[in-house]
Design a protein around this ligand. Structure first.
Ligand code: SF4
Length: 694
């Protein structure tokens, strides 16, 4: 509640979450005292999650980095002393210049992700700077790449439904995501749908909050979802529960597709998924019987070796019953309507060396340890790879290299910043001008600063603009102001759905919706070149991949039929918990207290096999590394699967080894995506003593 001494202003949640909520921020005497939801936001409607209501504790955290600092102890010790911005900028520019002179610009690597989703502070001036520098390029693949490409191989676009229309859905499959924790406003729409009679079914490995809320929960073995989808389609075709007219008019490749799914009987799928064949038959019949039906495809599915194919296969389901005809029918992976002109924003044309090498971000450890010629300078912002990147031990060893010059720009001394030579204080989103597009709903939103920069914090935008100036880059794009970037975001003639958006209107209203009706996807604007849904995918074929939907076991772990490697018989999943967002917010004491500590959920029978009891310290290990967690016995997870919700900072773990010590840095089948969940491990009970376990 605003008082005479306080002001309230609108803002936007910057975190890597599909909801991109509108916020109402109360500021009193120069401090943020309350963050709530903006009731005027058409989608988020005043509701926000518990974690972001703690934003005042983040912005004014006692550990907030307020001025630049230089490392004084060994890498990783976290000892720093204050320095001035002038000293820091001079050192960075000198180091970049000497590196370019001695080794070439490719010896410099930017490393960032979406800790801040604003396009002014992530995805414009930063990219321009590193492109102009000629630095090695980074493929930002760690989250949604495989699934988005897989969905597009079927549909031609990564998302084909406005989520606001899902209130009209009458049968819903929530597949592979705990949406109460990760997309809460989708659940608000489905709550309305349910009041009007919708049945909601969750398919997931673990009995999550979302699973408990649903009308039915179908528990499935990790990485086998494509097998279930194929068997459902097998039943639907065999029992003639499909829309022949729709298939004939709006899909390609029916005959080879039909022959393919004939191979996938419910009995065969039951062996892989652990879902009984009769349940698969009933699920297929239920799904086929009701229109409009809607599938919300979660993030978990794609984090397997064949994650792209899994999402592509599930995306075929709505076509069989013609769901794209109906309002509220279809499937959604991500918002595909708000594509911006990245060439204009990021300016890859500035590269002095267009053939410059590029690296997949999920392989940071190998990049730092094995790239040839080596990386000499690493610049990290908007992410915390020492905690979130897979194969963590290699990442840490790489960050420890004495000859590596590392700069981290962040709000805190994160796990990664502990290894930096220089740490630079970043503004929070509440201190920035920025524009946000959601990867779920269809709105662009603009935020103005509601607070002055804290201490000597600089925005990413200001930092990279200043570095460009110091490097002598004189192209006009380096003189753009945040408002110029926002205009460029809205100006994308190639996107018909954004045609009516103007900067002036966004600046006045703060929020604008893209218009899918401007150029409807259905019936003929789907997969190119035919404009039809690709049951047989030329896009997959052109990459040398199987053009038909299919299922293969993950390379690690196995299926419900049994493990591949008896020495590592458990599959480890590390999904998001309820109170953190990746490692953002994982240093807020109130949220840490709620999440308690890094825990490993284990089925009681598996625990009994290993002599593990509730609360015991458990060592999870494989050939990549090990991590110590506290056992939590629960029947929410199936036998053979252990779950470590997170992501905690490494210092929360006994021995400081995070859960990503265990995860592989292999690439998924599409887009070089991450395969966090195709991780096989073993377990043992450990006596923990701070001195004995390192
Ligand atoms: S984290 Fe997600 S749900 Fe929470 S406020 Fe931000 S956008 Fe909304």
């Amino acid at each position: 509640m605003a008082t005479p001494d306080s002001k309230q202003a609108r803002s936007v949640c910057p975190l890597d979450c599909p909801d991109t909520c509108g916020l109402k921020v109360t500021v009193e005497e120069g401090k943020v005292t309350q963050v709530t939801g903006d009731p005027e936001h058409p989608v988020t409607q005043g509701a926000i999650c518990h974690k972001v209501r703690q934003f005042p504790d983040r912005v004014h955290h006692p550990d907030r980095l307020l001025y630049p600092m230089r490392r004084t102890g060994p890498k990783g010790a976290g000892r720093f002393k204050r320095m001035s911005w002038e000293e820091a900028l001079t050192e960075i520019v000198d180091r970049f210049r000497s590196t370019i002179h001695d080794y070439g610009a490719e010896a410099i690597l930017p490393y960032s992700y979406y800790g801040n989703m604003g396009l002014v502070n992530n995805g414009s001036m930063d990219r321009r700077f590193f492109h102009r520098l000629g630095a090695s390029r980074l493929k930002r693949t760690i989250c949604n790449t495989a699934g988005n490409i897989g969905f597009a191989h079927t549909m031609g676009i990564k998302g084909a439904i406005d989520p606001e229309e899902t209130v009209h859905s009458r049968y819903v499959l929530l597949w592979g995501g705990d949406f109460i924790s990760t997309n809460m406003h989708q659940m608000m729409f489905l709550q309305q749908a349910r009041k009007q009679g919708a049945r909601i079914v969750t398919i997931d490995v673990r009995r999550t909050r979302t699973a408990r809320w649903s009308d039915e929960f179908i528990q499935i073995y990790p990485g086998t979802d494509a097998s279930l989808a194929l068997a459902m389609m097998h039943v639907m075709v065999k029992e003639n529960r499909i829309d022949w007219e729709f298939i004939r008019q709006y899909t390609t490749g029916w005959e080879p597709f039909r022959r393919r799914i004939e191979l996938y009987s419910p009995e065969r799928a039951a062996e892989e998924t652990g879902v009984p064949a009769e349940t698969i038959r009933r699920l297929a019949r239920d799904y086929a019987a009701v229109s409009p039906s809607f599938i919300r495809i979660g993030n978990g599915l794609q984090h397997h070796d064949h994650g792209g194919m899994t999402v592509r296969t599930i995306a075929c389901l709505p076509a069989l019953t013609g769901q794209w005809r109906y309002r509220g029918g279809g499937a959604l992976k991500e918002n595909g309507f708000s594509t911006v002109d990245t060439l204009k924003l990021e300016r890859p044309d500035l590269l002095p060396n267009p053939g410059v090498r590029s690296f997949n971000m999920i392989q940071l450890g190998d990049i730092l340890l094995q790239a040839n010629p080596p990386i000499r300078c690493l610049f990290v912002y908007n992410t915390n790879p020492a905690a979130v990147a897979p194969s963590q031990e290699k990442v840490i060893q790489g960050l420890k290299r004495e000859d590596l010059f590392t700069v981290v720009h962040d709000l805190f001394i994160t796990d990664t910043a502990r290894y930096a030579d220089l740490v630079l204080p970043a503004t929070s989103s509440l201190e920035n001008t920025d524009v946000y597009k959601s990867y779920w709903h269809l709105y662009f939103q603009m935020a103005r600063p509601v607070l002055s920069p804290q201490g000597e914090a600089w925005s990413n935008f200001r930092l990279f603009q200043t570095l460009a100036e110091r490097m002598g880059f004189d192209e006009p794009c380096f003189r753009d102001q945040p408002e110029d970037i926002i205009r460029q975001v809205l100006d994308n003639p190639a996107n018909p759905w954004m045609e009516d958006l103007s900067f002036e209107e966004l600046a006045e209203k703060g929020i604008l919706k893209v218009n899918p009706a401007k150029d409807p996807l259905f019936p003929d604007r789907l997969s190119r070149p035919e404009g039809k849904i690709a049951l047989y995918s030329e896009a997959s074929a052109s990459l040398g991949l199987d053009p038909l939907p299919g299922y293969r076991r993950p390379r690690e772990g196995g299926s419900a039929a049994g493990p591949i490697d008896p020495d590592h018989p458990y599959i480890l999943l590390s999904p998001p918990n309820h109170q953190f967002l990746n490692t953002s917010m994982a240093n807020i004491p109130k949220l840490k207290r709620i999440e308690r500590k890094p825990e490993l959920e284990i089925h009681p029978d598996d625990a009994a096999d290993r002599g593990i009891e509730n609360g015991d310290t458990v060592e999870v290990f494989n050939h990549r590394g090990r991590s110590l967690l506290s056992a939590r016995l629960t029947t929410d997870v199936p036998r053979g699967v252990v779950v470590a919700p997170g992501v905690w900072w490494n210092d929360a773990y006994k021995g400081r080894r995070g859960i990503n010590q265990l995860t592989p840095d292999r690439e998924a089948d599409l887009g070089g995506g991450a395969v966090f969940f195709s991780t096989a491990v073993n377990l043992k009970r450990r006596e923990y003593s701070k001195n004995a376990v390192t």
